[in-house]
Every structure is written in C-alpha cells, then in structure tokens.
Design a protein. Structure first.
Length: 231
C-alpha cells in the first residue's frame, strides 16, 4: 500500500486529491496538512511514502517544509512531490535543491497524478525531463553559473568524480535515462545504473532530481552545453 500525505492550504484541493487517490487500488491518504508546520509534524508521525507539497502555505512554506522532511534521517523513505500553479515557478528550483523528487502542476490530469505518486513511491524521480530541464535552465539563465571553482563546495564535489562519472552526471542533468546513458556511452545498462548509484553516494543526494540540480550547480552544464563532453 502506497501511503500519501497531502499538504495544501486549500481544502478543496486536498479534498479533490484525497478522493482521487483513495479511489486507486494500492494507494491511501494517511494525512492532510493545511500549512507547512503541520506537514512536517504529520510526516514525522505517519512517515508516508509520498508527500504532495504545495509551496505557498501559512506558518511555514512548502520549501522549508520540504527541506525539513528530506533532511530528517527518520524519513529516508519519504519522497516529496512539489505542487505548483506555474510551470516556471522560481520556488520549484529551490524545492528541488531542498530534496524534492520532482514537481507537478496543480492542473495535472488525474491519471498523471496517480502515475506520479506510483513512480516516486517506487524510488524514482519525477523529473518530467522537458519541464524540469526548462525550469532549471530558466533559473540558470537568470543567475548564470560559471565553471566550477575548486574552492567552492560544488566544485569540490565535482573533484570527487572520475571523468566517466562526470559524463554520466552531465547526461543525467540532460534528463537521460539509464538506458539512454548506456547507449550514448556504449555501456551495458547495468554499468550505467552502477555509475548513477555511485553518483548518489559520492554527491550525497537522494535521487535523480538532485543529480540534475548538482549538474547545473557544479557548472558541469553551462548555457546549453556540458563541460564533460564539450557539446
């Protein structure tokens, strides 16, 4: 059974999502929160597999609530999906940096919402590569990131990686799947998966969404090209 928490200050939104998800086999809503503080409290109490998190809420916004949930070692198995009204909401990038596994628009189709919950509960990141890359690239365009400085934390993290791991990180940053990475680098799918797993460990991230952010923040991907492949 996939357990879900809903965090949104609009009762009608919560009611709609609750009815939709509870009608699905193998999915149940275990908690509802109308503000960020309650979202964190209820997550710690019920330890849901997935939290659907609104950003703009009273008492504590969804950004801080996401950071507290993903930073809690007792909630290692809880994943956060950020809900937003605007496709290029600047706060979504911050939520991804805080540890969210992806984001959805609030007008998402019911079937897509259910699919997203199942994907994230299974341990995958809800990247929706086209939308997520566009979001991050819009953020980067407004705050250009130059080549990684070895003295910066992001630069030091990059120094931990082998040349092959940098190539893999750049491709993950482009939204490529393990199969696509394997094909691009002429690797077996298992080897590509192993490289991605090592990136999780070396960079201390939870899932692919954070790898995408790391690829941009480190300067590995710059203005439409990546330094690993010079393309």
């Amino acid at each position: 059974m996939i357990t879900v928490e809903l965090a949104d200050d609009q009762s009608l939104v919560r009611a709609g999502f609750h009815a939709l998800l509870d009608a699905e086999p193998g999915v149940t809503v275990v908690a509802e929160a109308a503000d960020g503080e309650s979202a964190v409290f209820l997550a710690r109490r019920y330890r849901p597999q997935v939290v659907l998190m609104d950003i703009r809420m009273p008492r504590m916004d969804g950004l801080e609530a996401t950071a507290q949930i993903t930073g809690d070692p007792n909630l290692d198995n809880t994943r956060v999906i950020v809900l937003t009204t605007f496709e290029l909401d600047e706060y979504v990038f911050g939520a991804l940096r805080a540890g969210a596994s992806g984001f959805l628009l609030k007008d998402v189709e019911p079937a897509d919402l259910v699919a997203a919950v199942r994907v994230v509960a299974a341990g995958e990141a809800l990247l929706a590569p086209r939308l997520t890359r566009r979001l991050i690239e819009a953020f980067v365009a407004s705050s250009p990131i130059g080549p990684a400085d070895p003295s910066d934390p992001a630069g030091r993290e990059l120094e931990k990686l082998t040349p092959r791991e940098r190539e893999v990180l750049a491709l993950v940053g482009r939204g490529k799947s393990n199969a696509e990475i394997a094909e691009r680098l002429v690797l077996s799918p298992l080897t590509a998966k192993t490289h991605v797993a090592r990136l999780f460990s070396k960079l201390g991230v939870r899932d692919r969404a954070q790898l995408v952010v790391a690829a941009y923040e480190s300067g590995l991907i710059i203005a439409g090209r990546d330094r690993a492949s010079n393309t």
